[in-house]
Unconditional design. Structure first.
Lengths: 800, 284, 160
C-alpha cells in the first residue's frame, strides 16, 4: 500500500543534488565557445552622457565586442503594472533601456557592455571605456524629491511624481478622524532594503542563426513572463522564437520576477557574435546597484478611535520611492499590494490612503519578500501600539478588541480589493484571529512581562515585548478581478500543470511555476502522489523551461501553493477520470460503477474486479484495445484560475533586550503562531517561516540601504550592508492554528512571505516598548545601537 | 571580484623574499594569508605589480617564549594558531579578542603579521599590540629593526613599515601575575570590524591606587592609539567611569554610516569602562 | 604568465596552469568543473565559497590558486564517500537545512571545520562557527539543527 505523503514532513527531492554540489545554477553552465560579458555602470547618480569612447576597450586583449546604448535596437524595458492598472490613472512612465543612451538616473545604471573571451578580459576592458559625463544635481529622498526646487529627473514627470493614487473613503475617513475622541499621528520611515538572494542574478544568451531563435538561461522566478515581455515588448521578436530557461535558482525573494537590462544585452551580444553564447554574471556590489531594492516608504499615519480602544479610522499618506526609472511592477507594489490591505486583520470602518510614487536618483524599487504587505503591516501594527499607548491600553487587548470577528467572513475591507471600479470583488475569505493571538501570548509568557522587565533592569537592560498580528493576501487572483478593475498588472494570474503517465506508470508533472528554493519538486510530488495513489518516487516534477512546460505566471506573491497546486490537482483529476473510464472498459463495467481507492480502480460491490493505475497506464499507452473515441495515453493539462486569494494570518511576539550603555538591541525570544491553513509539507512551511521571520528581523534591527545626498550607495557592499548572521539570532519558536482556506481543494494558503510580513513590526514594536520608560513613542528602523542610544540620550536630556 | 593582473613569485626563503621585495621597489607586495590584501585586490583598490608569496616561510610561524621571558609570535602565525596556543591564552585580552576576529575562515588564513602590516584603522589586533606595548620586528635587505608599537601605526592603512620590509615577529612582554587584561568591542555589523574596540591592561595595585594601566583603542581614530589620558586618569586615582570619559581625548573621531562621531566616541568610553572592569575582574 | 599549480582535490591529484590572479574558487569552478563551490559576494563576506584547505575551512575566493599549490583541498563534491553521504549532508537533508541550496556547500564545509574541532558543540558554538556564512533562506534555524544532528551522528560513529 502506498503511503500517502500529503501533509507529511517529507525530505526534499531536490536536496540530493544540492547537498552534494550537483546543483546547476546559471553560473555553473558552460556552453561551447561561450563568451563573457561585463557591464560598465554609471559612477554618477544623475548625469548626462556627452560621449562614450570605446576604442581603447575594443583594442584590449580578448575583446570581441563593445556595445553602447545606441547599438541596442530594442524598446525600453516594459513597465507592466501602473498604479491603478488600466483604470485610467495617469502614470508618468520612464523605464530603463538595456543601456542608457542620453543620461543616467542612478549610480549603477548600465551604459556599455563588453564581450570578451574571458570574464577577466571583459572586466579589464570595462575599465578602459571613457565616458564624458556631465554630472547633474541629485535627490535621493522621495518626499524631498516632490518639493519645489528639487532636481528634476524626467521631463514627463513634474515634481518627480510617477503617480498620485488614492483608495478608500476620503470623506468618511476625514469625518471619523475629525470627530474622534483620540487621534494619534506619526511619521514612519520604512527604510530601503537590498534583498540579497545568495545567488546574484546572471544569464546566458544564445542566438541560433540556423533557426533564428533565441535561448536565454536566466536566474528568474518567471521564465514564461520573461519570454512574453522580451518578445512582445522589448525585442520585437515573435514569442515562439524565444526560449527562457531558469535552472536552479539560488534564492530570489522577488528580485528575480522582473525584466532586466542584461536579458536583451546577452541575447543581442550573442547575435552580434554570430551565435556564440554570451554569459553575464552579476557581482554582489553590482547587484546592489543593478537589481531592485525593496520598501522605501515615508508615511504619515493618522489613527483615530475611542478611549475604550475601538478604532474608527485610519488615514495615511505615503511617499513611495520607486528609483530613477521604473522596474517591471514597481508602481503596483505600494498601491494595490499595500494600501488595499492597510487595515490588516482589524475591523476599521473608515480607511483612506494616498500614495505618491516618486522618482529619485536611486536604483529602482520593486517587490521584495512581502511586497507592500510588510509595509502595510508595519503601518497598522505600529499604529495599534501607538494608539494603545495613547489611551493606556494593553497592546494585546486593543488588537483583540478590533479583530474582524470570525463570523464576519467573507469580509470586505474598506480600502480593499473590492472597492475598485468594476464588478469583481475580492473578500478576505476566512480568519479566526484571536486563538492565534492567545496562543502566541501564552508561548511568549506575555502575562509575566512586567516581572521580566524588572529582572532585565537588574542587568542594565531594558526589555521590550512586541506584538504583530497580521494578515497576508497571497496568490493575487483571479484574472477576472484583475481584468475587471484594472488593478493588476498587464497579465492574468492563472497557473498550469501537465501530467504525463508513462507506460510503466511513472509520472512526469510539468508545471508553469518556478521554484527558487521552496521545494516544488517535493510538494507537487506529494500532491500528485496523493491524488493518484502512487508513491512520490514514481513522480518527477519539472519546471523552468518555456519549451516543454505549459505557460505559467511563475512563483512570487506566495501564489504557488494555492494556485499552482490546484492546477496540479485538477490535472491529476483529469488523469484519474480518464483512467477510470478506461478501467470501466477493461473491467467491462459502467464508468459509474468504478470506484477509485488510491491507485486501485474497482467495480463497486465486486472488490476482486479491479485494475491498478499502472495496469491502466500500460494498457492505455499501448492502446491495443482502446474503446472507440478514447484517445490513447494518459496526458492531461489543466489551467487553474483561483476564485480568490488566500489569507494567512497569525500573531508574532518578539522580546528584545536593550543595553542601556550602548543602545544595542538583542532579540532574545521570538514566538510565531501562524495560520497558513492545511500544509502540504509542514517541514517546508516551517522553513519558509523561519527564513521570512529572519529577513523581517533583519529589517527591524540591521538592514538598510543608505544613499548619500550625491546618490552614491554608501551601503554598497556586504561590508556595509548588514545581513543577519546565525550568531545574532535565537531559536524561533513556532506554533500554529489551522483554518483551512476555502478557495482551494486542499485548504492551503501561501506562506513564503508571511514571516517577513509579520516579524518586522513585532521586533520594532518590542524595541519601542522597551524604550517606553524613556518616554520614547517611536523610532524608525533599522533600530541600530546608534539610533537607539541617541534616542535614549535625547529623552534623558528632555526629562532632565 | 577578479584582481588586476600581477606577477607572482613564491619566496623560497626569508632572504629570497626580502630580495624580491627590495627589487620590486614599492610596486611589490608581500602576501601571507591574504585575508586583508586579497579583498582589496579583488575590488581593484590595491594593484601591486608583483606579489611575493611569503606564506611558506616556516621560520615565520609559531609562538615561542624568548629567553628574556617575552613571547614571540611569528609574523605568519594565523589567528587560529594563536587561538589554539595555550601560551597566549594567559593574555586575557587575546583570549577575549581572538575568537571574535573575523570569522573561522578568516582566522584560519589571516596572520598577525599581515594584519599588523595592513594597519586597518578598525582592526582589533593593533589595539591589543598597543596595549601590550609589543615590539614589531621587521626585516629587509637592509637589516633587522625592532619598532616599538607605540610609533608603528601612523594613519589609516599607513604604518612605519617600509615597502621593502617584512614583519617577522611580534614580541609581547611576558605575562605579569599582578596585571589583568581584557578586550571589549562593539562591532560594525556588516564588516565585523570594530566601531570601537578597547584593549585594557590594569594592575599593580597598591593601596587604593593602580600602579599600571594600559589602554588602547581601535576603530575610533585615524589609527589605533593608546588612550594615554585614560591611563593617566586611572593612575591618578580616577574611577573607571571617570577615566573612560577621556577615551577620545585629542583624537579626531571617525564617522561613517554605522556610527557618527558622537556615538562612536560614546561607545569608546563605554568599552573602555567595560574593558577596564573586565581586566580588573580577571585580576581578582 | 601562467603558473603551474599541483594540488589534491577531493583525493585526486590535479595539475593546472593558471594566471597568478586566478582565485582558488575559479580554479575549482572553471578549471576543474567543480561547480558545487559557489560565489555569492565580492568582498569575502558571505562564505558561500568555503572549502577546506589542508583540513581547515577557507574562503576560496580569498585564496589565490597559486597559494594552494601543494595543498589538499576538499570541496562539497568530496564529502560523500562510496559508503554514502557525509553525516553533515545527511543531516542537512533530514532537517531541511537548506532551501535554495546556494549557501549550502559553503555552510557544510564550515560545519566540517567545526566538527573537526568539537563533536559536541552547543547551539551557541554552532551559531558562532557559521557566523562567516550567510544564508538568506533558512533563518539559520534548521542549519543549526542539522549541524547538531550531524555532531550526534559523528559522536555515535566514534563511540561505535
Amino acid at each position: 500500500m502506498t503511503t500517502d505523503m500529503l501533509g507529511k514532513r517529507v525530505k526534499r527531492v531536490e536536496d540530493q543534488r544540492l547537498i552534494t554540489g550537483k546543483g546547476r545554477y546559471v553560473d555553473d553552465i558552460k556552453l561551447q565557445s561561450m563568451a563573457h560579458c561585463a557591464i560598465l555602470r554609471s559612477p554618477y547618480a544623475h548625469a548626462s552622457i556627452r560621449s562614450i569612447d570605446t576604442s581603447a576597450a575594443k583594442a584590449m586583449p580578448g575583446v570581441l565586442d563593445v556595445m553602447v546604448g545606441a547599438d541596442i535596437p530594442y524598446n525600453p524595458l516594459p513597465m507592466a503594472w501602473p498604479a491603478g492598472g488600466s483604470a485610467g490613472l495617469k502614470n508618468n512612465v520612464n523605464s530603463p533601456r538595456a543601456l542608457a543612451t542620453d543620461s543616467v538616473k542612478w549610480t549603477g545604471e548600465g551604459v556599455a557592455a563588453v564581450v570578451a573571451e574571458t570574464p577577466e578580459q571583459a572586466l579589464d576592458a570595462v575599465e578602459a571605456i571613457a565616458v564624458d559625463w556631465e554630472p547633474l544635481p541629485t535627490v535621493v529622498d522621495a518626499e524631498k524629491a516632490t518639493q519645489p526646487g528639487a532636481p528634476q529627473l524626467h521631463e514627463n514627470a513634474p515634481s518627480n511624481i510617477v503617480f498620485e493614487w488614492s483608495v478608500g473613503d476620503r470623506d468618511g475617513t476625514a469625518a471619523a478622524i475629525d470627530g474622534a475622541e483620540v487621534v494619534v499621528r506619526q511619521r514612519l520611515v520604512n527604510q530601503r532594503l537590498i534583498p540579497n538572494p545568495m545567488e546574484t542574478r546572471g544569464d546566458i544568451g544564445w542566438y541560433n542563426p540556423g533557426t533564428d531563435e533565441y535561448t536565454i538561461w536566466m536566474s528568474s522566478q518567471t521564465p514564461h513572463i520573461q519570454r512574453l515581455l522580451l518578445a512582445a515588448f522589448v525585442m520585437g521578436v515573435p514569442e515562439h522564437k524565444i526560449r527562457c530557461i531558469s535552472p536552479d535558482v539560488g534564492g530570489a525573494f522577488g528580485t528575480k520576477i522582473f525584466t532586466y537590462a542584461d536579458y536583451p544585452i546577452v541575447l543581442l551580444a550573442s547575435k552580434r557574435l554570430g551565435g556564440r553564447p554570451v554569459k553575464w554574471i552579476e557581482g554582489r556590489r553590482e547587484s546592489y546597484q543593478a537589481t531592485i531594492h525593496g520598501r522605501d516608504h515615508i508615511t504619515y499615519l493618522e489613527i483615530a478611535g475611542k478611549r475604550d480602544g475601538e478604532i474608527t479610522g485610519l488615514r495615511v499618506k505615503t511617499y513611495a520611492n520607486l528609483g530613477g526609472r521604473l522596474s517591471t511592477i514597481g508602481p503596483g507594489i505600494p498601491t494595490t499590494l499595500y494600501a488595499r490591505v492597510l487595515s490588516g486583520c482589524y475591523r476599521i470602518p473608515h480607511v483612506f490612503a494616498e500614495v505618491v510614487g516618486v522618482y529619485t536618483n536611486t536604483v529602482f524599487v520593486d517587490a521584495y519578500r512581502g511586497a507592500g504587505r510588510p509595509e502595510a503591516t508595519y503601518v497598522v501594527e505600529r499604529a495599534m501600539d501607538l494608539f494603545a499607548a495613547e489611551i493606556g491600553m494593553d497592546p494585546a487587548e486593543i488588537r483583540r478588541r478590533n479583530f474582524i470577528a470570525p463570523d464576519k467572513f467573507p469580509y470586505e475591507n474598506p480600502s480593499g480589493l473590492g472597492t475598485a471600479s468594476g464588478g469583481a470583488k475580492i473578500y478576505i475569505d476566512s480568519g479566526n484571529y484571536e486563538p492565534a493571538l492567545d496562543k502566541a501570548l501564552a508561548m511568549a509568557g506575555y502575562a509575566d512581562r512586567a516581572a521580566a522587565k524588572g529582572e532585565a533592569r537588574t542587568r542594565g537592560k531594558y526589555l521590550g515585548v512586541g506584538l504583530s498580528s497580521y494578515i497576508e493576501v497571497c496568490g493575487v487572483a483571479p484574472s477576472k478581478w484583475i481584468g475587471a478593475v484594472g488593478e493588476g498588472w498587464g497579465a492574468a494570474m492563472w497557473e498550469s500543470a501537465n501530467i504525463k503517465v508513462h507506460l510503466t506508470g511513472k509520472v512526469v508533472v510539468t508545471m508553469g511555476t518556478q521554484p527558487q528554493g521552496q521545494g516544488h519538486e517535493t510538494t507537487y510530488a506529494q500532491i500528485v502522489g496523493h491524488e493518484l495513489g502512487i508513491p512520490m518516487e514514481d513522480i518527477v516534477v519539472q519546471h523552468s523551461d518555456t519549451q516543454g512546460t505549459p505557460f505559467g505566471y511563475g512563483s512570487y506573491g506566495s501564489r504557488t501553493s494555492s494556485v499552482g497546486s490546484t492546477a496540479a490537482i485538477k490535472a491529476a483529476g483529469k488523469i484519474r477520470e480518464k483512467a477510470r473510464r478506461y478501467a470501466a472498459h477493461m473491467l467491462e463495467a459502467s464508468v459509474d460503477d468504478i470506484e477509485v481507492d488510491g491507485a486501485e480502480y474497482r467495480v463497486k460491490g465486486s472488490p476482486d474486479k479491479k485494475k491498478t493505475f499502472q495496469e491502466i497506464a500500460f494498457a492505455l499507452d499501448l492502446a491495443f484495445d482502446a474503446p472507440e473515441g478514447m484517445e490513447p495515453y494518459l496526458d492531461e493539462t489543466a489551467y487553474h484560475d483561483t476564485p480568490n486569494c488566500t489569507w494567512p494570518f497569525g500573531t508574532h511576539v518578539a522580546i528584545v533586550e536593550i543595553d542601556e550603555a550602548t543602545g544595542k538591541v538583542d532579540l532574545v525570544k521570538y514566538v510565531a503562531v501562524d495560520d497558513v491553513g492545511n500544509k502540504i509539507n509542514p517541514m517546508i512551511v516551517d522553513g519558509q517561516l523561519h527564513g521570512g521571520i529572519v529577513q523581517g528581523v533583519g529589517q527591524a534591527l540591521w538592514e538598510g540601504a543608505v544613499y548619500g545626498d550625491d546618490g552614491q550607495l554608501l551601503s554598497g557592499s556586504m561590508l556595509d550592508y548588514a545581513l543577519p548572521r546565525a550568531s545574532w539570532l535565537p531559536n524561533l519558536e513556532l506554533d500554529e492554528t489551522v483554518t483551512p482556506s476555502p478557495v482551494n481543494p486542499i485548504g492551503v494558503k501561501g506562506v513564503g512571505e508571511a514571516g517577513a510580513i509579520a516579524s518586522t513590526a513585532a521586533v520594532a514594536n518590542a524595541v519601542n516598548d522597551a524604550l517606553k520608560p524613556f518616554g520614547i513613542r517611536h523610532l524608525d528602523m533599522p533600530l541600530t545601537p546608534q539610533t537607539v542610544w541617541k534616542a535614549m540620550q535625547a529623552a534623558k536630556g528632555a526629562q532632565a | 571580484m577578479i584582481p588586476a593582473a600581477f606577477d607572482y613569485v613564491r619566496a623560497t626563503s626569508l632572504d629570497d623574499a626580502l630580495a624580491r621585495l627590495a627589487a620590486g621597489g614599492g610596486s611589490a607586495k608581500a602576501i601571507a594569508g591574504g585575508q586583508s590584501l586579497l579583498p582589496l585586490m579583488k575590488l581593484r583598490l590595491a594593484r601591486p605589480e608583483t606579489l611575493v608569496d611569503i606564506g611558506r616561510l616556516a621560520e615565520l610561524k609559531g609562538v615561542r617564549r624568548l629567553g628574556d621571558g617575552r613571547v614571540s609570535i611569528g609574523g605568519l602565525t594565523t589567528y587560529d594558531e594563536m587561538l589554539r596556543d595555550m601560551t597566549l591564552h594567559r593574555y586575557g585580552l587575546l583570549a577575549d579578542a581572538l575568537p571574535n576576529i573575523g570569522d573561522v575562515q578568516v582566522r584560519n588564513r589571516g596572520t598577525i603579521g599581515g594584519a599588523t602590516a595592513h594597519a586597518d584603522p578598525a582592526s582589533d589586533m593593533p589595539a591589543i599590540l598597543l596595549a601590550l606595548d609589543a615590539e614589531v620586528v621587521v626585516r629587509s635587505v637592509r637589516g633587522e629593526r625592532a619598532i616599538p608599537i607605540a610609533g608603528f601605526f601612523q594613519g589609516a592603512f599607513a604604518s612605519a613599515l617600509e615597502p621593502d620590509e617584512l614583519i617577522t615577529e611580534l614580541r609581547l612582554p611576558g605575562g605579569r601575575e599582578d596585571l589583568g587584561s581584557a578586550y571589549r568591542a562593539i562591532e560594525q555589523p556588516a564588516s565585523g570590524y570594530s566601531i570601537a574596540g578597547v584593549a585594557a591592561i590594569i594592575g599593580a595595585r597598591s593601596g587604593d591606587r593602580w600602579g599600571f594601566c594600559s589602554v588602547a583603542i581601535t576603530g575610533v581614530g585615524e589609527h589605533p592609539y593608546r588612550a594615554t589620558a585614560v591611563e593617566s586618569a586611572i593612575l591618578g586615582g580616577a574611577s573607571f567611569e571617570a577615566a573612560a570619559a577621556h577615551a577620545c581625548d585629542g583624537v579626531t573621531v571617525a564617522s561613517d554610516i554605522h556610527a557618527d562621531r558622537e556615538y562612536r566616541a560614546h561607545v569608546a568610553t563605554v568599552q573602555v569602562r567595560r574593558a577596564l572592569e573586565a581586566a580588573a575582574a580577571r585580576l581578582a | 604568465m601562467a603558473e603551474h599549480v599541483s594540488l589534491v582535490v577531493n583525493g585526486v591529484p590535479r595539475e593546472v596552469d593558471v594566471e597568478p590572479r586566478r582565485l582558488l574558487v575559479q580554479l575549482l569552478r572553471e578549471d576543474l568543473d567543480l561547480t558545487g563551490t559557489h560565489i555569492a559576494c565580492d568582498t569575502s563576506q558571505c562564505g558561500a565559497c568555503t572549502v577546506t584547505l589542508d583540513g581547515k575551512s577557507v574562503k576560496s575566493c580569498t585564496v589565490l590558486a597559486v597559494q594552494a599549490d601543494g595543498a589538499n583541498v576538499t570541496t562539497i563534491e568530496g564529502m560523500a564517500t562510496a559508503d554514502g553521504l557525509h553525516p553533515l549532508q545527511a543531516a542537512f537533508w533530514e532537517n531541511h537545512g537548506l532551501q535554495c541550496g546556494f549557501c549550502t556547500p559553503g555552510m557544510i564545509m564550515s560545519a566540517a571545520d567545526l566538527l573537526a574541532r568539537t563533536t559536541d558543540p552547543t547551539d551557541d558554538e554552532i551559531r558562532h562557527a557559521i557566523a562567516g556564512n550567510f544564508c538568506r533562506c533558512t533563518g539559520y534555524q534548521n542549519i543549526v539543527t542539522a549541524i547538531r544532528a550531524a555532531a550526534t551522528t559523528v559522536r555515535a560513529g566514534a563511540a561505535g
